[in-house]
Ligand binder design. Structure first.
Ligand SMILES: NC(=O)c1ccc[n+]([C@@H]2O[C@H](COP(=O)([O-])OP(=O)(O)OC[C@H]3O[C@@H](n4cnc5c(N)ncnc54)[C@H](OP(=O)(O)O)[C@@H]3O)[C@@H](O)[C@H]2O)c1
Length: 252
């Protein structure tokens, strides 16, 4: 029976932490004893999160701003010398439209946040991830990033690109980090309500339930999982049990 890495005292960066899955994740990781850098554009929401949750450090920025993202990685490196966990979660939905009704500007806008933003964070964090003993990177993907579906054009294209970004980083970081993607599945957040305005959110898993699967991965990912694809739905039961020793993780 092996042991699990201790999260207490370690450093995490969560993007898109002003609401939804990112906020719930930042909260849970801080409760587990991590120092959590919380990023998003909404400064007020980040301040409120930090006030409610000791261990959360608000770091407002727009992920499209490469210089601001580099400054974050550099500040984090100066303060801690390393980054143990990156949760690349921020994203936007964009238009739910067929390809011929999307338009290149709308596509560019989605790619700029969901792909270039994620690229900015991941690439700027390479040095601090390499400086950690066993870093983990969890990139939030989607079912439509693994199989294309009508009317999901721009968002789906961006999540396919994110899956590719994740695979490349997994190969490049090799022994330095374990890099995976997680498909949260339909989750009761603002983004889901934007995609399905008529849906009853109480029928969906909560952002907190998805955050628990991120905590599970943070504790349980091992080198053989590098480059892997996970789905929150397959992890809910395990995550709720909060296993204290290594367990087998179902992959997609
Ligand atoms: N909810 C679902 O059903 C579902 C399903 C599949 C996949 N996902 C994925 O899961 C992740 C989280 O989704 P969610 O539902 O929690 O979304 P959400 O509630 O809409 O939150 C998105 C987060 O991203 C941040 N963000 C957006 N643009 C940004 C930018 N330019 N710079 C910095 N931060 C930015 C937002 O903060 P600001 O607006 O304050 O910047 C917010 O904190 C996303 O990657 C999404 O694609 C969600």
């Amino acid at each position: 029976m092996g042991t699990l890495p201790e999260l207490r005292g370690k450093v995490a960066l969560v993007t898109g932490a002003s609401r939804g899955i990112g906020r719930a994740c930042a909260e849970l990781l801080a409760q587990a004893g991590m120092t959590v850098y919380a990023c998003a554009r909404s400064e007020e929401a980040l301040q409120a999160l930090a006030a409610a949750c000791p261990g959360v450090l608000p770091y407002p920025l727009d992920l499209r701003d490469e210089d601001a993202v580099r400054a974050l990685a550099s500040d984090l490196g100066a303060a801690h010398g390393k980054l143990d966990l990156l949760v690349n979660n921020a994203g936007i939905l964009g238009p739910r439209a067929a390809l011929d009704a999307t338009g290149a500007d709308a596509l560019r806008n989605v790619l700029e946040i969901n792909v270039v933003g994620a690229f900015n964070v991941l690439s700027a964090c390479y040095p601090v991830l390499k400086a950690a003993d066993d870093a983990r990177v969890i990139n939030l993907s989607s079912s439509v990033g693994r199989k294309g579906r009508a009317q999901w054009g721009a968002y789906s294209i961006s999540k396919f690109a994110l899956e590719g970004l994740s695979e490349i980083a997994a190969d490049e970081l090799g022994n330095d980090a374990i890099v995976v993607t997680l498909n949260p599945g339909g989750t009761a957040t603002d983004m889901r309500a934007e995609a399905y305005p008529d849906e009853d959110p109480t029928t969906l898993p909560s952002a907190q339930a998805v955050a628990q699967t991120i905590l599970l991965l943070a504790r349980q990912l091992r080198p053989q999982h590098n480059g892997g694809r996970f789905s929150a739905r397959s992890l809910f039961e395990l995550a709720a049990r909060e296993p204290k020793t290594p367990v087998a993780l179902p992959q997609d």
